[in-house]
Design a protein around this ligand. Sequence first.
Ligand SMILES: [Ca+2]
Ligand SMILES: [Ca+2]
Length: 235
Amino acid sequence: MKGKYAAFFTAAGLILSTIFSVSGSFTVFAEDAEKEKTLFESLSNYSVSNGGNSFKSAEETDKLAALRAKEIHSLEKPSHYRPDGTLYSTIFRENGLLTGYADEIMVSGKDTDTAEKALEKILADESAVKHLTNKNYEYMAVSLDVDTKNTNYPYVWVVLLSSQFSEVHYEIGDVNFDFSIDSLDATAILIDYAKALIDEPTEIPLSAGDFNGDGKIDSLDATAILIDYAARLLD
Ligand SMILES: [Ca+2]
Ligand SMILES: [Ca+2]
């Protein structure tokens, strides 16, 4: 599942939004919520008109899109890779959602302040359009994050597409998500750690692989998992 169709644009125009409501750690701007709704409907209509699904929305995936938009703003430049170095799709597992297919469309820049402008950029992107009409995707979540202090890209739009999902709970250490913590997880951690050492993209989110809780994933986590696993075998 690739998502390499990032689009970055320049121009000018900032909009001040009014604070609408605050739920949990999210500040929702009324004006932004309207824009998200507009883009959601436009993309869903586009999909239906071109043989794709009429998208459903879900609170669970809406939350993930909002998280991703914030994450993108925390980076030096927009990326489908998360701050922990893993691809966007790990946000599903990390938040206890299991889904067969997922994709992320991202639009960011100085001029993408309206749903219409975001739509135009998305529809100009062939691979984004291909994903929009892919029948594997049933759910769509749209999030706009505005950070006026970010002069390079104050506007970040994230469109998360996913298939049917179910809620799951993974224990820390179960990095291959098979509901068991064993030598397979230790091996996966070592492979991921080796990739990190040579600056290759990693696959295990920190939330899943930091078994010893020291804030990083390395061979110590693999060792700790093996010791824990061996102790359980001997019990
Ligand atoms: Ca496992
Ligand atoms: Ca660790």
